[in-house]
Each structure stands twice: as structure tokens, then as C-alpha cells.
Design a protein around this ligand. Sequence first.
Ligand code: SF4
Ligand code: SF4
Length: 155
Amino acid sequence: MKRLLVRAESCAGCRFCEMVCSFSHEGRFSPSLSRITVIKEDRFGFDYPIFCRLCESCPPADSCPSRALGRSPEGTLMLDEEACSGCGTCLKACPHTALKIGEASKPIFCDLCGGRPRCVERCPTGALSYEEVEEFDEKPIEALKRLMERWGIHA
Ligand code: SF4
Ligand code: SF4
């Protein structure tokens, strides 16, 4: 399956990805409407974009009391807007905190831009890619530990 991947060592924390994502989906530059969110650990200058990882088993979909979340053939989440009550249960269930509530009080999440990820195209440092891989399960804390070791930081 093709997935978004992060090279944490390359992310500059510029948040272009958030801007291009919100603009391409909502017509506005607003991080709160972006399907990708750059988290920051300023003590170490560490930045890491988080988004839907297309997990094989999807806790948000499983937890939805209205059964409003399904999967597309590409593996992305799909929302049945009619069925969704906006309760927010899915947000709490996601282990990657990849879902947000959008302006219509319904969940928003990465849809891979229909197979042409705009964030990948626009990332100025090449920190994001879209590749065929079995899974991408590195957690931000694991990436931070890996980089701290490489940088010789002992905290
Ligand atoms: S656009 Fe690229 S370098 Fe900038 S914050 Fe996003 S992932 Fe990091
Ligand atoms: S692939 Fe598209 S929807 Fe997903 S985070 Fe990137 S810009 Fe947003």
C-alpha cells in the first residue's frame, strides 16, 4: 500500500505541509483545518508531522458508535457525513492523534489528496514522501530518541 512517510531528520518545522493541506481542502491557510499537524519539541529543535497512518486495524472506525467511518480501496478513512453525529469518539480512539474536528463539527483526516499528496509535493526539505511500504509505525518519541542518539544529546 502507498503511504505517507516522514524522515524526521529532514523536517525543518516550517509547517508548509499544514498550510498546503488546509488550503487544498478548505481554501484557507489554517493549521486547525490541516489534515497533517507538525508537533514540536523545542528543547531539541525536533519537529514531526503527524497524520493518519492507514493502520490495518483502525480504532477510530471501530469505536464510532454510528459506524460512520469506513475505508476506501486505497486504505484511507471515509466518513459518512449523514451518519456522523460529531460526538468526537473517534478522535479519542486514534493512537496517532491523527483526526481533528473540522468546521462542520465532523472529523477531518488525511485522504492522501486522492493519490497525489500536496504536502509531499510542497515540503521544501523532502521530509515527506509517498511510497509503497508494508507499514510505517515509527512513533514521534522513537524518532526523537533515534535523533538524540545520533546528535549525541543525553537528556
Ligand atoms: S513542509 Fe516538510 S519540512 Fe516543513 S514542517 Fe512540513 S514536513 Fe517539515
Ligand atoms: S496527503 Fe493531502 S490530505 Fe494528507 S496530509 Fe498531505 S496534503 Fe493533507
